[in-house]
Every structure is written in structure tokens, then in C-alpha cells.
Ligand binder design. Structure first.
Ligand code: UDP
Ligand code: MG
Length: 316
């Protein structure tokens, strides 16, 4: 096996929301996988306000095995918050984030580790086969298409939160304090060298999905709003369209008036002028939106740049 991995600490962050049946098999499988490369596993389970007895099971595990670490939220804060909490305490040389329901097959970690030892800082898991229902597959496809077109950085489709990131990436990610978190955008935003591992996504092993349509839409909104200025610019597009068509109407009235001796009442002229004015209003809304966009950018407090390496510079 790859010697550059042996002895390294590999953290695995698993958000847990009502996963009673999955926790123990997942734990055993992960230990098995990580022992294959002679590495040390740090398993971080983040209980996201489960209402079943997931927490008791995790307590039991943590008592037996000191490498099992458990964070437990007071209530359900959501999957992105759970992953973030895990990343904040992870001490590994690299950190794998994955679902706790076997939909992110644990053996894929071995492929990720191999690419990591080749020097890549981020290894994304890409679902080549989705066993999700028709509705979820279709909406996901459409959504990623829009997101890809609209976002300023290229967020690839079919890439979820199953990924391995190097410690250096974790450190940078901790600097990104934005509250509306969309890690699928934040990680690529950071830059860093990356690679992709394809895997087939099976059905969830036990239990049922904790992702309601509302939770899903919230995540989808975060993706678009946090990584694209397109919605803000709708006002500009509307404004230009209305002013342009308004001008055409005005020209039409003027030509009929001057050349066809067609008489228009004042009200009819005003109607067209009003229409054009609405266009200007849209432009104004867009201007305000641009300012709001800038304020949003500032308050997100993302770092201005990310440095991967320094040469001949000694300060820490
Ligand atoms: N999860 C979570 N909080 C939630 C919903 C889900 O921590 O509010 C966890 C869940 O335990 C699992 C992962 O996030 O480990 C993915 O959730 P799920 O399998 O329910 O989503 P799906 O695969 O259906 O999109
Ligand atoms: Mg799942």
C-alpha cells in the first residue's frame, strides 16, 4: 500500500440526522477501509439534532473508541452546518466529508487517498449513477445546469459533499465565515489543485432521507444566491427591454402623427411615456441591487485571495 499515507491522520466528518441503523455498520466499515492504508482514523460524527437514539449510539461508540469524536447540536441546524462543525474541529492531515447512510460508499475513500498522495489538494466524488427518483434526478440536472451557467466560478454538476480535502484547504475554509453555507461552491471557490473520483451512488442503506423539499430548495437557493450575481442583474435586463420596446412604441406614435396625420390623445402619449419610465425604474432597482450585492460580498468576509505556497518567504 501507499507508504506516504501510512501513519497519517485521516479525519472523516459524518453529519448524522436520525441514522440509528447506519451508525455502527458505517463505523466498522470506515475503520476497515482506513486500516487498509495503515493510517489513523479520526471519526467525527456530528449529530444534527436527531430525534431518534442516534446520540446514544454515538455515545456508546465514543466510550469504546477514543478516535470517535461526537459533536451534538441542540437542534437540527442542517447538513451544511453539521459538516462545517466537523471541519472546524478536525485534526487530520486530510478530511473526508461524507453522508452516514452508505450513499457515499466508504471504499471510495481509498481512491481519494491515492489521488491525495499524488499531491492533489481536493478530491471530489462524482456520482456517475444516481439511484434517486426521477423527480430528484431531473431537478438536480436542471439545477446544476443553471448554476453552472450563472455562477462566477464553475460549480460542476453531480458533485455532492462527498470529498476529501487536504489540511491546507480546511484551514482556508475555516476563514470563510459566511452564514449561508454552500460548501459545493465554497470549496471550488478556494481554487487549489483537484481531481475527481467517479462512483456509483447506491440507495440509502437504512432509514429514510432527512432532506425535505424545503431543505433541498434552501440549499439550492444558497448555491445560486451565494455564487451568482445574475438574479441581481434581472433589473438591468428588464429595464433595457422595457425602455427599448417603449422607444419603439414612441417612434410608432410619432411616425403616425407626423406622416399619417393620426391624432393621439394626451393620455395615449402619456401611457407610452409611463411605460418607458417603468423601464428606468427597473434600471434604478438594478443600481440599488448592485450596491446590495457589494454589501453582501463584503459581509460574507471571504478572504481576498488564497495562497497555495510561498517561496523564499519565511514569516509564518
Ligand atoms: N443530515 C443532516 N441534517 C439534516 C438532514 C440530513 O445532518 O437535516 C445528514 C444525514 O444524516 C446524512 C446526510 O446528511 O448523513 C445526507 O442526508 P440524506 O441522506 O437524508 O440526504 P439525501 O441523500 O436524501 O439527499
Ligand atoms: Mg442520503
Amino acid at each position: 500500500m501507499n507508504t506516504s499515507i501510512s501513519g497519517k491522520i485521516i479525519s472523516v466528518v459524518l453529519p448524522v440526522y436520525n441514522e440509528t441503523m447506519n451508525i455502527i455498520p458505517m463505523y466498522e466499515m470506515l475503520l476497515n477501509v482506513i486500516s487498509k492504508v495503515n493510517a489513523i482514523a479520526e471519526l467525527i460524527f456530528v449529530n444534527d439534532g436527531s430525534s431518534d437514539n442516534s446520540l446514544e449510539i454515538l455515545r456508546g461508540l465514543a466510550e469504546k473508541d477514543k478516535n470517535v469524536k461526537v459533536l451534538s447540536f441542540t437542534r437540527n441546524f442542517g447538513h451544511q452546518a453539521a459538516i462545517t462543525a466537523g471541519l472546524d474541529i478536525a485534526q487530520g492531515d486530510c478530511v473526508v466529508t461524507m453522508d452516514c447512510d452508505f450513499q457515499d460508499p466508504p471504499e471510495v475513500i481509498l481512491l481519494m487517498l491515492e489521488k491525495w498522495s499524488d499531491g492533489k489538494k481536493i478530491i471530489y466524488g462524482r456520482r456517475s449513477l444516481r439511484n434517486d427518483g426521477f423527480f430528484k434526478r431531473m431537478t438536480a440536472k436542471l439545477y446544476y445546469k443553471i448554476l453552472y451557467k450563472a455562477s462566477d466560478i464553475k460549480i460542476m454538476g453531480n458533485i455532492g459533499d462527498y470529498r476529501l480535502i487536504d489540511k491546507s484547504v480546511v484551514i482556508e475554509l475555516r476563514q470563510m465565515k459566511e452564514k449561508n453555507r454552500y460548501l459545493r461552491g465554497m470549496v471550488p471557490w478556494l481554487g487549489f489543485s483537484y481531481d475527481i473520483v467517479d462512483y456509483n451512488r447506491p440507495n440509502r442503506k437504512y432509514g429514510k432521507t432527512g432532506f425535505s423539499v424545503i431543505k433541498m430548495s434552501r440549499l439550492a437557493m444558497a448555491g445560486i444566491l451565494n455564487f451568482s450575481l445574475l438574479p441581481l442583474r434581472l433589473g438591468l435586463i428588464m429595464g433595457i427591454f422595457i425602455i427599448a420596446t417603449g422607444m419603439l412604441f414612441l417612434c410608432y406614435l410619432a411616425i403616425r402623427f407626423f406622416f399619417d396625420d393620426q391624432f393621439y390623445k394626451l393620455l395615449e402619449w402619456l401611457a407610452v411615456v409611463n411605460y418607458i419610465l417603468i423601464g428606468f425604474l427597473f434600471i434604478l432597482i438594478w443600481v440599488v441591487a448592485e450596491y446590495i450585492g457589494r454589501i453582501y460580498d463584503e459581509v460574507k468576509g471571504r478572504p481576498l485571495y488564497v495562497i497555495e505556497s510561498k517561496i523564499n518567504i519565511n514569516q509564518a
